[in-house]
Design a protein around this ligand. Structure first.
Ligand code: ARG
Length: 590
């Protein structure tokens, strides 16, 4: 017997499509369209006969019969299936044979085996994930949450899929905020060096607010701020020194959040890193006739695009300063030349869709003209985190909610719950649990939402032990660990030759869900949407719960016990792995 297929959805889809096209005389258009089936129909369902019959004007049930007969004639293939039946207008329902399930569960018993069998288009691709990227001179706030957690989950999943991932924090450390800040420091004659470190960021945020108001009110102030930025960008010594200081202060506060959330980067190449490479961008874009001078600025129009035919992509401002577009263009060039990036994934809010659409169009023309290797650019955008009023979440005073406070509150609430439930746990353990639950709840609460939509932020919901939440899944993990603590020598290991094919209905349902793991990962990474993995894990935990409530693990019949322990082990393996891929910590007790 050969190796058991890993990814049954893909395996059936490919094999049945092939059988249709090569054994049944179906033409090249035929696709099997295999999907997981509802339990009452079987394990998988092939839906492709219907549309094919329609397009060729033939009888779908007849075609389904031809296909089914051919499938059953393929010895190796039919061995995987227990039953295959035609249903409805021409669907084919498949049930896996017990021995196939047995072999799958036996073979895929470690994260390494799951990983090495996974086959996605990402294997071997050098992929830059551009995420977090806060602007400096501010503390991180709730607006920075989604890029952080979605970006981190995606980079973890991409690594798991075999991509060569480069995690790059493209800080906003070169933008207009510095012009405003430098001007305001001067206007208020503030010497930043005399401000105690712990107050500095608060002060800078205040200064920025006042400075921003000033430039909105007065043309002179606006001109001064612009001049400050130009002077900084030209490398003026004192301004550079202040700029460095502001960045260091900012990064120290970002790092606290990264430590708390276990987020790491391979590179921190902010906008300023590209300050000397924008010149080449201007030159090449002009030389290739992609950018033109327009009212003193350098801009790119895209005549083939409905809006960007008139809405310019400004790559150099009329005062000569570089901007977000210039540095992003230089960044693509750098990532192509220094990282040989085949893919770049940008994780930002949906308001930047125009920017990235224009960036992608511009890079496409530019790299084509210069004959540069063309990376694929993906804009993974997300919606807004809202308060209960449905508008972007704000503090009572109308300010932005700091991430530090948000996490602290979640941890504090989790802490109260742990203390109530487990008063006997020692201090260190309680703290560890509170942190894993509090941080995990916020991360998962975000990840479990379809990223392109807005969502309403509710710590109560995120921290609930019921529903699609991190605590629910973390609890499922802890519960399986608790089962294992009851395990004895006798029921510890599988005796030779014993089958682990599911016997009860609940075991079968659990096995089906476990076998769908490869599909869940594939769907998640094809769409770059972590909520698909969340949904899968939530279903898995629910299926496990039903199994656990209906099937006693430690029972008289030792082969039942041993088999059920394997079911627990595989569930634990996939739950833990799945949560790890989302950046959520798991616990043995909680
Ligand atoms: N700093 C930007 C912001 O706060 C995000 C940067 C995203 N990355 C990029 N290469 N443009 O919105």
């Amino acid at each position: 017997m050969g190796e058991v297929p890993f990814d049954f959805q893909r395996y059936f889809d490919t094999r049945i499509g092939h059988i249709g096209r090569h054994r049944c005389g179906f033409d090249g258009k035929f696709q099997a369209h295999v999907y997981p089936a509802e339990a009452r129909f079987g394990d998988f369902q092939a839906n492709g006969v219907l549309p094919y019959a329609k397009s060729t004007g033939r009888n779908p049930r007849q075609l389904a019969q031809i296909l089914l007969d051919a499938m059953l004639r393929e010895k190796d293939f039919s061995g995987e299936i227990a039953t295959a039946e035609i249903a409805g207008a021409g669907f084919i329902n498949l049930k896996l044979s017990p021995s196939t399930i047995d072999r799958w569960l036996r073979h895929y018993n470690s994260a390494e085996k799951l990983q090495s069998s996974l086959d996605t288009q990402w294997r071997g691709r050098t992929t830059v994930v551009d995420y977090s990227c806060p602007n400096s001179a501010k503390q991180m706030h709730v607006g920075h949450l989604r890029s952080l957690v979605i970006g981190d989950a995606l980079q973890r999943i991409l690594c798991f899929c075999g991509a060569n991932v480069i995690r790059d924090n493209h800080l906003g450390d070169w933008g207009t905020q510095f012009g405003i800040l430098l001007r305001q420091l001067r206007a208020e004659s503030i010497d930043l060096d005399t401000v105690p470190q712990e107050d500095a960021l608060e002060l800078l945020e205040e200064l920025y607010r006042r400075g921003n108001a000033a430039v909105n009110e007065s043309k002179d102030a606006l001109e001064e701020a612009r001049a400050e930025l130009v002077a900084l960008q030209e490398g003026d010594g004192e301004r550079m020194r202040l700029w460095r200081k502001i960045n260091d202060l900012s990064y120290a506060s970002f790092q606290e959040i990264y430590n708390l959330t276990a987020v790491q980067f391979d590179h921190i190449l902010g906008e300023s890193f590209y300050r000397d490479s924008v010149g080449r961008v201007y030159e090449e874009l002009q030389e290739c006739h992609i950018a033109v001078e327009n009212l003193g600025a350098l801009v790119v129009f895209h005549p083939e695009h409905e809006r960007f035919r008139e809405q310019p992509f400004i790559v150099r401002k009329s005062d000569g300063a570089s901007n977000y577009a210039s540095t992003d263009l230089a960044t693509v060039l750098y990532r192509m030349e220094h990282f040989s990036a085949s893919d770049i994934i940008y994780v930002t809010d949906a308001r930047q869709r125009d920017h990235f659409e224009q960036l992608i169009l511009t890079v496409d023309k530019w790299f084509r003209a210069k004959n540069y290797p063309m990376p694929r650019l993906h804009h993974v955008y997300f919606g807004t985190v809202c308060g209960t009023d449905g508008k972007a979440i704000k503090t009572r005073a109308g300010g932005s909610v700091r991430l530090k406070q948000l996490f602290a509150e979640a941890i504090a609430r989790a802490r109260v719950a742990v203390e109530e439930k487990n008063p006997d746990f020692d201090e260190e353990l309680r703290e560890k649990i509170a942190r894993a639950v509090g941080v995990g709840a916020i991360k998962y609460g975000d990840l479990s939402q379809n990223r392109s939509s807005d969502y309403i932020f509710s710590l109560d919901k995120m921290l609930a032990l019921e529903g699609n939440t991190a605590p629910y899944l973390q609890y499922a993990v802890a519960r399986i660990h608790a089962i294992f603590r009851k395990r004895t020598e006798e029921n510890f290991s599988l005796s030779d030759g014993q089958s682990i094919a599911p016997q009860t209905q609940e075991e079968h349902a659990l096995a089906r869900q476990l076998l769908r793991f490869p599909l869940a990962i594939r769907q998640t990474i094809e769409e770059l949407r972590p909520h698909l993995l969340c949904n899968y894990l939530y279903d898995l935990a629910g299926t496990f719960s039903t199994f656990y409530n209906a099937n006693r693990i430690f029972c008289e019949n030792s082969s039942d016990t041993q088999r059920r322990i394997i079911f627990c082990e595989r569930t634990l393996l996939i739950l833990k792995l799945g949560l790890r891929l989302l950046g959520i910590e798991t616990l043995e007790r909680m």
